[in-house]
Write a protein that binds this ligand. Sequence first.
Ligand SMILES: [Zn+2]
Length: 319
Amino acid sequence: MFKFYKKSLALLFIFSLSFCVFAEDLVCKTKNGSLYISYTASARQGDIFSIKLIAKKEPRANALCKVSDAKASIVRVGYTKSPASGDCYALKDKTDTYLCLLPIDSMLKPGDFNLKVSGNFDGVDFSKEYPVSVLEKDFLSETIELNASNTAIKTNTSEKRMAQIDKLNKILFSVNKDAQYAAGTFKPPVTSTRRTAFFGDRRVYAYSNGKNSTSAHYGHDYGVPTGTVVSACADGKVVMAEDRISTGWSVVIEHMPGLYSLYYHMSKLEVEVGQSVKQGERLGLSGSTGLATGPHLHWEVRLLGVAIDPDFFVANKLY
Ligand SMILES: [Zn+2]
């Protein structure tokens, strides 16, 4: 009884330390080697599932067996459509490991899912399924009152704004398998911990004309004065640094295939597109440009186009 109690306490401790609970399994075995999988067994709304395929060589085999066409997806039990799917890619710094990160939209209904993993190992096709679950997370609800000028930004359907949205989406949905810059945990972009809005807030925008719209807030807002230093949350490459109608002076950094961080409403940019940045390196100064009801920094993280809670990457290593 006591032993069981101690074990449960230890498990509870491990669980509360990290959002991730990992499971492992042998996926495929040939005469030349074995392929193992390590995956997150549960993830909260707005977090990610992390899937790692690890190839091991038999002592007599000449070389490490190749993994090709490996992909992963989650499918709700009883359904066929997948709300999250992606390809596994070979890690540059761990040649025996293939990684796939799957985003869980903060709006996805919690429940039981199957993680499907398939591909080819050493010339043999494999396909496996594992039960995983999406857990509920609490989100705040808020109403944002927009004055006439902010209403004009939010309802702006000009060609210029639509082109800006298209350009950003093209970046956020692109997956460059060679873009591997960050491996560890992220660091928040400002030293202040004062947040005025949170990831996943269920928002109602009340327009000055009496109409309204609803959406989830895609990032965290830090209530910092204009001129506060903003730094890169992790190593990466700057893929956007420009003034946009809705988000003001904005920076987007690519960290891993399909994984980007975004910084909005800045007053000054100090980086250019194509530049490599290190974690903690200055990107510029915060401000209140674009659609802002006051000075703040909006910090957002996207994986395969889906907004993910930036705190997940602060608490958990990428791999
Ligand atoms: Zn925001």
